[in-house]
Design a binder for this molecule. Structure first.
Ligand code: ZN
Length: 113
């Protein structure tokens, strides 16, 4: 059974104010009173990720404009969390090899060619 659209929070695009069609809003993840929705505006093409927290006192929300598609949102919601060791490794990589990384990125984009 499809979930009812979370009115009134997900009715329209916050950027162009076009109304969302029901199929534009998808439940991406749900856990213990917190729901993550993705919406894609059929008018301007922008996406929105919205967390809705349901408590006894009401509903709180937090929205983030994104270029992630609904498929991206599903994939990221199911991905493994990044741990502190991986953050430290990434920091070290960027610190110790930033010149090489920038050189490779610029070369890929053709700016050094
Ligand atoms: Zn829009």
């Amino acid at each position: 059974m499809p979930e009812k659209q979370p009115y009134p929070l997900m009715t329209h695009c916050p950027l162009c104010h076009a109304l969302y069609a029901q199929e534009d809003v998808k439940l991406v993840a749900q856990k213990e009173g917190v729901k993550l929705y993705h919406s894609a505006c059929g008018s301007c093409g922008h996406g929105l990720l919205a967390y809705l927290l349901e408590t006894h006192g009401g509903i709180s929300s937090l929205g983030l404009v994104t270029d992630a598609s609904g498929a991206d949102a599903l994939r990221l919601a199911q991905a493994k969390n990044i741990g502190s060791d991986e953050c430290i490794q990434a920091h070290r990589l960027l610190t110790e090899h930033s010149r090489d990384l920038c050189r490779q990125w610029l070369d890929i984009s053709g700016k050094l060619a």
